[in-house]
Write a protein that binds this ligand. Structure first.
Ligand code: MF3
Ligand code: CO
Length: 257
């Protein structure tokens, strides 16, 4: 039986505060995206904003096996899916789609959110991909209700995406979030309605569909982090941290600015 973590009111309030910071930073970063700026500059701006808000990046020095993540945020462009590494040599171009992923620690609690920003002009197909991924997230969130199974979120996202002739990434999944960035349960963006644990009041979850224009297959670049589509077609990513409340899903990373 997979474990689930249920938070009390005080903890949820702290996660809510961390999420408010994460949402502020993501929104700020999204507003800086423009032709000619480097991903390094974007990451530095986010770092300063995180500092100014009294928080800390949960990505910087994040360990996965032997690897240590070198940036404050993840910036993934076009065929890059997630975990893109910022660089002074990577400049944003017209027609790019830029996936920004911000995870902060604030007073010991985590907020996690991501968004894909479009740098016009993009093709109709690309705009459709990005919009469908945003909608897939909100469709998934609507199933995050007490008594439902995690699989109902997963299944809803997969159905939504595949009915639009797009594909969902399998190699990365959403997750519980709270005191650590990755907690139980895993929240795949595909699968059966009957799979996974039942949702309980007080769970806090990061739901994050990664959607590809072509095949769902993934490859990791030689930097050890950047995940790209195997066919090098575009990919988009949206993520919110939500609270499973008795009144339904509460999105904690909505930007209030
Ligand atoms: N939202 C991403 C995730 O849940 C953030 C990972 S940041 C990392 O996996 F760089 F630290 F990996
Ligand atoms: Co996440």
């Amino acid at each position: 039986m997979p474990s689930v973590i249920v938070r009390d009111r005080k903890e949820i309030d702290k996660i809510r505060q961390a999420c408010r910071v994460a949402a502020d930073v993501l929104d700020y970063m999204a507003r800086q995206v423009r032709v000619g700026i480097t991903t390094y500059e974007l990451d530095q701006m986010a770092s300063k904003r995180i500092d100014a808000l009294g928080a800390e990046s949960a990505c910087l020095n994040y360990r996965s096996g032997q690897k240590v993540f070198p940036c404050h945020t993840c910036i993934s462009i076009n065929e890059e899916i997630v975990h893109g590494v910022a660089s002074i040599r990577r400049t944003i171009q017209a027609g790019d789609i830029v996936s920004l992923d911000v995870v902060v620690r604030y007073n010991g609690f985590i907020g996690d959110n991501a968004r894909t920003v479009v740098v016009d002009p993009v093709s109709v197909e690309t705009a459709f991909l990005v919009q469908a991924t945003r909608e897939a997230l909100h469709h998934g969130i609507s199933f995050a209700r007490v008594g439902n199974r995690v699989g109902q979120i997963s299944h809803a996202i997969q159905r939504f995406v595949e009915s639009r002739n797009l594909s969902v990434v399998r190699n990365f999944v959403g997750h519980g979030v709270g005191k650590e960035m990755h907690e139980e349960p895993q929240i795949p963006n595909f699968g059966k309605k009957t799979s996974g644990p039942k949702l309980r009041e007080g769970m806090t979850l990061a739901i994050e569909p990664m959607v590809n224009m072509g095949s769902h297959e993934v490859e990791i670049l030689p930097d050890g982090w950047t995940a790209v589509t195997r066919d090098r077609q575009m990919s988009a990513h949206f993520e919110h941290t939500i609270h499973v409340s008795r009144n339904g899903p509460e999105i904690l990373t909505l930007c209030k600015n």
